[in-house]
Design a binder for this molecule. Sequence first.
Ligand code: MEV
Length: 289
Amino acid sequence: MATWSAPGKVFLFGEHAVVYGKPGVAMAIKPRVFVTVRKSKNPTHAKSPYIDECFKAMGVRGSVYVHSQLQSSSGLGSSAAVTVATLCAINDEYNLGHSRDAIADIAFNIEKKVQRGRASPTDTYVSATGGLVLITGSSKRRLPPQNLQLVVGNTLVSHSTSKMVEMVGAQRKRHPDIINPILDAIGAVTMTALHNISNPKELGRCMDINHALLEALGVGHPASSRLILAARTTGAYGAKITGAGGGGSIIALCPRRAKSRVAGAIESCEGRAIITSIDTEGARREKND
Ligand code: MEV
């Protein structure tokens, strides 16, 4: 029996703009998905198409048990975390010898297949490797970890990443002179944020600007606006949508002492709050019998 876990992720800066080759920064966060795989002559049928595809891709059969601290469709990369943890557990249980990079690649292809063509290579990479990651085009580079104190607010409004990405693409086609400069500006905010990565006040300001630009792209939602306002007025340095928008989750960068106040404000606006910080480990072996 092999049990592995993998973390979720947030986009700190640059979502949507990364689709057009601009830089973005993502970070693995503490809530995890735990997956146990056991060799079995009578494999249980997995309820998730991601898990079915993991067994197919690795060419084995077995039984599986999943425990998740991440809500699905919340924009926190839960399907990538399930896929990465399942592949790692299969790899371990059957001694297949795949590297972590190879697992991240297989996981990305599974996400693409299950999601019919659209998947985020960022989600699977960050879940596999952990830490803070700079994305530029197809390249990904781990940055030195930063002690950023975050509160995540899930709006509980489910969204579709592919629909939001398609919508931005359609807007860009219709109004290239407006949308392209917005995408450029998001890339510039990401670079400014990187230069100020250990200055939380400046980072918070960058988050607020990034959020305004995402709203201009049309990926805002009244529920995320409510949570962001609640976080800003209760002491966050800054707050923004994280991920595709249109619902999903927001993040607020907070002084440590303000985290529970910000989380309370989010909950009183009918959001679900998670107090969290960076996860530097990525996919990890939990216990093997
Ligand atoms: C979704 O988490 C982030 C997007 O930028 C899509 C992607 O990077 O693949 C909207």
